[in-house]
Design a binder for this molecule. Structure first.
Ligand code: ATP
Length: 889
């Protein structure tokens, strides 16, 4: 049987029952339904049952189950049944949270799934890659991921990186030929394979295999690793959690020993010690971070920032440098032609008349050396080129001459060959037949073009270009650039055959310049100003001309007195060490290559900064990976850039990055609140038990009390705090230091203080109970006070400031819900006789019940008062810090 790469294109189109106009939409859908989605089947997901069972994986929970089983065997059915009940409820809660987080991460994955450009019914459509069917015609350009296997139909210098399949890191040059012999995968140069990507050129291919039938689908080991790795914060918390667990286990061992010495049975003392360990060890720390991060990404997606890797949210919170592209991110990417330089004269666009042969040629060339289109107002393609298409339309209207329309010019002079644009070379060339002569038309950056000019055409006459001509051209370029305009130069040369390569892009005849305006986005100025207030440095890194870039940077406030704009080549001569000092004063880098981007990111990182970097092209992928937060453009970005990035902007807007930083800071702050809430509550429990043991009192809680508290006051309020409303306040602070641990001394001191206050209230309740009814009442009072205090403490944990008389204290509905559920269940356990018995609680008189409420509530007042005093003390320090941020930039 002949392989696909040995067949002709015609035969293949027949075999796959398709043609150059692609499949019909109905046929494509039919095929997709028959063969399934074009995707690699992921490893099986955990079922709900597995997730539920995994909740019991915890060593301590297993011991607790064993202890409860033993006590059931020994006849204490009731308390062991309650322990089982609470453990099961806890596991159900954990399963629900796990599923919810998974769902929100899945929907996020769908949002950032790759797309493909296909021809169906003769129309070009952008569809999700998973909907591509066998027989589809897929269009390719630099930066696209190949979504399926297929045979190349059109090839304009396609180069493909197939390293995912073959391990070969150099790109393969593709050719549109029939291969005679059988060859291995890497040599099938007329085919493309799923999982590889286009590094250069343009083309199209016929899809011959999709999903698991592709070459990559056959190699199971290459399946993408879809597991989220732990974020630095999670790792940090895991390590802390482990150390803390050892301390808690040691305390539990002491308490076990003391209880046995004081006369408890070994079984009772053991069950109690294990229950205390379960309640006190904050096993939920890392999973709360996952849940909060997963839910927060939903909010960020609504605000146009799609998080692809969870660690980006954390990174965003401490970003101190944002390196941003100019075109489309800081500017609108809506280009309009403003000036034309032709026949030795710089004209405003409305004075451009196309009267002379040279003027006419410039208009024709701008339509020919161009891939964009505007059909009935639908603009497709690079905005720089769209501006040129629109220029033709305006000229055709102005001079009432439909021959000047782009479509008509393109019909007249067919494109015979091309060398696509790439931002390293900054040039694009096409070949046409004009008046029976083969002509190569090139457009590109003025500086690059000018160094390749040997002639100049003025009013139809071609002469050798002189230094004076070049000076004039440079001056016109400078005048336009100073106004922030993007300038392109046009040239041409006659050639002998259509086989052209980059080496042929020399010895041009200069034709003219076209300058276009790309105004800054309205939001950019405010966003840059916000960065300054937040201690973040905004830096422009662009492929455009230095003067143009500097003019725009000045308009939006990136370039200020004392800072400079440089060209990428100016850092070539600097060592990495020198670059570290040099970057301090640079706010604009122009004409940069992707390698420059990587060096700039590294230099800032080595200075201890967390760097966010934007990118769109295929070559930006390494810099996006190097940055702490790699940001790809959702609209103009290539699929490769999106894949390398940890965040994708759906509106390509710089202001969205700043908003995302604000979200990142808020998320971090909220996670801190959850952690503080959890740890201070647990500390209160441990301190109470420790105190009772050391003071020779009976244990203040039954094991089931501790488990009940763990169930009600652990994860629900903690998650509610993690999702607390965001404030703008966070942007008034300096970015978090790179290595700053969440568990600073101050943070841990706060936990101890708050834990101490709650513990003290709990023991007060215990003593009052002891005095008014004996041990059983004392234990009930202590249990109820600790449980309710922890619920009340959720409100304390909302802020480091005193918010007692502010609306902020009650603005979190989820926290309100968690409090209400806890309050109702606690009262049920205290007041309903059956439950009362099961949960080992004594009946409390109304007075004692009100005392419990009062003591729990007093935590709010005491801790709020402490916060008030503390904020008074640190205010002077904060003023000093904010002064440092302002004066730094
Ligand atoms: P940024 O990096 O901020 O997105 P950019 O879009 O200006 O900036 P590139 O797209 O790399 O960067 O363009 C670099 C230069 O190449 C431009 O300054 C321009 O002179 C030239 N150029 C841009 N687009 C084209 C094109 N379609 N054809 C020919 N030359 C182009």
């Amino acid at each position: 049987m002949t392989s696909i790469y040995q067949s002709s294109k015609k035969n293949l189109l027949q075999e796959f029952q398709t043609n150059e106009n692609g499949l019909s939409k109905a046929e494509a859908n039919k095929r997709m339904e028959e063969k399934g989605y074009n995707e690699l089947t992921e490893g099986k997901k955990e079922s709900i049952g597995q997730i539920f069972l995994s909740q019991f994986k915890d060593f301590l929970v297993i011991i607790l189950i064993a202890a409860a089983t033993i006590s059931a065997v020994l006849g204490d059915y009731e308390s062991s049944a309650v322990i089982f009940l609470v453990i099961i409820l806890n596991a159900i809660l954990g399963t629900v949270q796990h599923k919810k987080a998974e769902k929100s991460l899945d929907s996020l994955k769908q949002l950032s799934a790759p797309n493909a450009k296909v021809i169906r019914d003769g129309e070009t459509l952008i569809i999700p890659s998973r909907e591509v069917a066998v027989g589809d015609i897929v269009l390719l350009e630099a930066g696209d991921y190949i979504c399926a296997d297929g045979r190349i139909l059109n090839n304009a210098s396609l180069k493909i990186n197939e390293s995912a399949l073959t391990g070969e890191s150099l790109s393969v040059e593709k050719e549109d030929i029939i291969l005679e012999r059988e060859v291995s995968l890497g040599d099938r140069i007329n085919m493309v394979f799923s999982g590889s990507f286009v590094t250069y050129g343009r083309g199209s291919f016929l899809v011959t295999a999709t999903g698991m039938n592709t070459e990559v689908g056959k190699i199971a080991t290459l399946l993408k690793d879809t597991k989220e790795h732990k974020t630095p914060l999670q790792t940090n918390l895991d390590n802390f959690g482990k150390k803390l667990s050892i301390v808690i286990l040691a305390i539990c061992a002491v308490i076990f020993a003391v209880n046995v010495i004081e006369g408890s049975s070994i079984m009772d003392a053991f069950t109690f010690a294990v229950a205390l360990a379960v309640a006190a060890i904050p096993e939920a720390l890392s999973s709360i971070v996952t849940i909060v991060l997963a839910f927060s990404t939903q909010k960020m997606a609504k605000e146009n920032a799609i998080i692809r890797k969870l660690h980006a949210v954390e990174g965003l919170g401490s970003v101190s440098i944002i390196c941003s592209d100019k075109t489309g991110t800081l500017t609108q990417n809506k280009m309009t032609v403003m000036n034309v330089y032709v026949n030795d004269t710089l004209l405003p666009f409305d004075k451009y008349t196309v009267q002379s042969a040279t003027e006419n040629k410039l208009l024709n060339f701008s339509a020919l050396c161009n891939d964009a289109s505007n059909t009935g107002g639908v603009e497709v393609g690079d905005p720089t080129e769209v501006a040129l298409v629109n220029m033709s339309t305006i000229m055709a209207g102005r001079l009432n001459n439909s021959n000047l329309e782009t479509a008509s010019i393109r019909n007249q002079y067919e494109r015979l060959a091309e060398i696509p644009f790439d931002s390293d070379r900054k040039l694009m060339s096409t070949v046409h037949n004009m008046d029976n002569k083969l002509i190569m038309v090139t457009k590109g950056a003025v500086d690059v073009m000018l160094s390749r000019m040997t002639g100049i055409e003025i009013n139809g006459q071609v002469n050798t270009i002189t230094a004076k001509d070049k000076d004039k051209i440079m001056k016109a370029n400078l005048d336009c650039s100073k106004k922030g305009l993007r300038v392109l130069a046009f040239g041409y040369k006659y050639i002998v055959n259509t086989e052209v390569s980059m080496e042929d892009e020399t010895d041009f005849i200069f034709l003219g310049l076209i300058a276009m305006m790309d105004p800054p986005r309205e939001e950019s100025k405010a966003a840059v100003a916000q960065c300054k207030k937040s201690g973040i440095r905004a830096i422009m890194i662009t492929g455009d001309h230095k003067i143009t870039a500097a003019a725009i940077a000045e308009q939006i406030g990136i370039l200020e007195d004392g800072y400079i704009a440089v060209e990428g080549s100016e850092i070539d001569g600097l060592s990495d060490e020198e670059l570290k000092t040099f970057v301090e004063k640079v706010c604009v880098y122009a004409r940069v290559s992707p390698e420059h981007k990587i060096r700039i990111v590294r230099a800032w990182q080595e200075k201890g900064n967390i760097v966010a970097m934007t990118g769109d092209g295929v070559n930006d992928a390494p810099a996006l990976k190097q940055a702490d937060v790699g940001i790809a453009m959702g609209i103009t970005g290539s699929e490769v850039a999106k894949d390398a990035a940890s965040m994708v902007l759906t509106d390509d807007n710089f202001a969205t990055i700043v908003k995302a930083v604000e979200n990142g800071r808020n998320v971090y702050r909220n996670i801190k609140k959850s952690i503080k809430f959890l740890l201070s509550g647990n500390t209160a429990g441990i301190l109470s038990v420790l105190y009772a043991s050391l003071a020779g009192l009976a244990v203040p809680f039954a094991p089931v009390h501790l488990l009940f508290i763990n169930l009600l006051t652990d994860s629900l309020p903690a998650i509610a705090l993690g999702l607390d409303s965001h404030t703008k306040e966070v942007m008034a602070e300096a970015p978090r230091q790179k290595d700053e641990s969440i568990l600073t001394k101050q943070f841990l001191f706060g936990i101890l203080t708050e834990g101490f206050v709650i513990g003290a209230m709990t023991m007060c309740a215990y003593y009052i109970g002891l005095k008014n009814g004996g041990e059983a009442v004392a234990s009930t009072m202590a249990f109820a006070t600790l449980c309710l205090s922890r619920l009340v403490h959720g409100y304390n944990s909302k802020s480091e400031q005193c918010i007692l008389f502010k609306k902020e204290i009650i603005n979190n509905k989820i926290l309100g819900g968690a409090f209400a559920i806890g309050f109702i269940l606690l009262n049920a356990v205290l007041l309903i006789p059956g439950l009362n018995h099961m949960f080992e609680t004594a009946t409390l008189s109304l007075n004692l019940l009100l005392t419990v409420y009062g003591l729990a509530l007093s935590n709010l007042f005491i801790i709020q008062f402490i916060k008030f005093i503390k904020s008074k003390l640190v205010r002077t320090e904060a003023v000093a810090i904010s002064y440092t941020i302002e004066s730094k930039y």
